[in-house]
Design a protein around this ligand. Structure first.
Ligand code: HEM
Length: 474
């Protein structure tokens, strides 16, 4: 009897060891995806910067297929250009990949902002942000958005040439103030584009009138000096965000760090003032201030500030860029007035967020390929949106393709999974209102025939789409 037990134990152990051995071997055997890691350390960074990044990725996909490796900005990376792979990283196996940003950007926005985190903290913050951007809350904003859009559009019609992108940003700045009670805008940057970007941000001077009205709508009556401080610091952070991250005195980055500190101070004062109020507001600041976790803990002031700045950062250039593209496509295809489809097709064509970043937190195997721990993983939204298998003649602007819903996971302008965009309804609302007023009451012509794109960091028609606007006589 004892002998039998020993034999069973022996057989079981042999089976177990073989299983572990085979599994490990299989994992070791799983190879890295095809592709080139380029030169030591610099990898393929130079190739990437010497051309349009979208061409770089598209050529790679042609050569290696839907999953390939490269090495950029000092990071070994794996690019994923199929809907299934994007879903794997962003949705089904999201816990195996963490969000990743350069430290310099993280510090400028605020390291406690939700998109740098995953797990419990992220879930808690996300609920609050989503709550403040709920359809119920947005309904209350419709008339504000309309008023802002109409007054901005009217201000364009005196015959001068408008830098469309820059003007769109003003609208959004305005709206953001209304939305979250704060004063900073930092661009939602995908760090590959940081050094590519030579777009001139100097043109950012916040429109005094809209700034004043926004401040009034948000804070009631603020002292002139406080308003001026907000305006000044806001534009400094904005300028420094995409500059080279050096702390040498006098550089735009160093100035941005200092401006960010100032904003923190101003925000802190505004938070204290809000705390003194007895009424409970439903906006983002209200949601963050009133939140308690299961232990009854409230959010710290830094957590609140970083997340307010973070939401603004995520909200502004993305929507301004999308609206500028919509204007361009509407201008190029004047007969297409079916607003919703035009917006969707513009989002597909422009693919504002061309890709996103994650980092593998452990060795991961995907379709027989190994994604080593610590490597960057990039789902390439643009490549998916421009794949003829999912969108025939992908370079053609054709809103009618949205008469039929796209196949699952092939259309992700707002991302997917736990970090998908909580502001997507607001963005769509803004775009709808803006386009509605534009096409019903205004006409415009694009000045010049520039077809190039600039990245700042999001794709925008060159020079921000200079255009002249006319109000239609009623
Ligand atoms: C056309 C406009 C917009 C586009 C194309 C866009 C796109 C995206 C995408 C693709 C992501 C996911 C990034 C990732 O997975 O790494 C994202 C995240 C985010 N977006 Fe947007 N967005 C837009 C407008 C907005 C607006 C208006 C807001 C807020 C008012 C906003 C707030 C956020 C936030 C807070 C996140 C991070 C969510 C998280 O990490 O859980 N976005 N956005």
């Amino acid at each position: 009897m004892e002998g039998m037990i020993l034999v069973h134990v022996f057989v079981f152990l042999v089976a177990l060891i073989s299983y572990i051995f085979i599994r490990r071997n299989r994992r070791d055997m799983a190879k890295l995806p095809p592709g080139s890691l380029g030169w030591p350390y610099i990898g393929e960074t130079l190739q990437l910067y010497s051309q349009d990044p979208n061409v770089f990725f598209a050529n790679k996909q042609k050569r290696y297929g839907e999953i390939f490796k490269t090495h950029i900005l000092g990071c070994p990376s794996i690019m994923l250009a199929s809907p299934e792979a994007a879903r794997f990283v962003l949705v089904t196996q999201a816990h195996l990949f963490k969000p990743t940003y350069p430290k310099s950007k993280e510090n400028l926005i605020g390291p406690l902002a939700l998109f740098f985190h995953q797990g419990e903290y992220h879930t808690r913050l996300r609920k609050l942000v989503q709550g403040s951007l709920s359809l119920d809350n947005l309904r209350g904003l419709v008339s504000d958005i309309e008023a802002i859009s109409v007054s901005t559009l009217n201000s364009w019609t005196d015959g001068h040439i408008v830098n469309t992108f820059y003007e769109m940003k003003k609208i959004l700045l305005h709206l953001c103030f209304t939305l979250v009670y704060i004063q900073v805008r930092v661009k939602f940057c995908l760090h590959l584009y940081v050094l590519i970007n030579d777009f001139c941000w100097n043109c950012l001077t916040i429109n005094v009138l809209s700034f004043e009205v926004g401040i009034l709508a948000i804070f009631g009556h603020l002292g002139t000096s406080q308003k001026e401080q907000l305006k000044r610091n806001y534009s400094i952070v904005d300028k420094g965000y995409n500059s080279f991250p050096t702390k040498l005195p006098g550089t735009p980055f160093k100035k941005a760090i200092m401006a960010r500190r100032q904003l923190q101070k101003i925000l802190s004062e505004l938070i204290s003032k809000r705390k003194e109020k007895t009424s409970i507001e439903k906006d983002l600041l209200g949601c963050l201030l009133n939140s308690k976790d299961e232990k009854g803990e409230i959010l710290s002031e830094d957590q609140i500030a970083d997340n307010i700045i973070g939401v603004l950062f995520a909200a502004q250039d993305t929507t301004a860029s999308a609206m500028t593209w919509i204007l361009k496509y509407l201008h190029d295809h004047p007969k297409l007035l079916e607003t919703v489809k035009v917006i969707l097709e513009s989002l597909r064509m422009a693919s504002i967020i061309s890709f996103t970043f994650r980092e593998a937190v452990t060795d991961v195997e995907y379709k027989g390929f190994r994604i080593p721990k610590g490597w960057k993983v990039m789902p390439l939204f643009r490549n998916i949106h421009h794949n003829p298998e999912f969108f025939p003649n992908p370079r053609e602007f054709d809103p009618s393709r949205f008469e039929v819903a796209p196949k699952p996971n092939t259309f992700m302008p707002f991302g997917s999974g736990v970090h998908a965009c909580p502001g997507n309804e607001l963005a769509k609302l803004e775009m709808l209102i803006m386009v509605h007023h534009l096409v019903t009451k205004y006409r415009w012509e694009v000045v010049g025939s520039e077809s190039r794109i600039q990245y700042g960091p999001f794709p925008v028609p060159m020079h921000g789409l200079p255009a002249r606007f006319l109000k239609e006589s009623t």
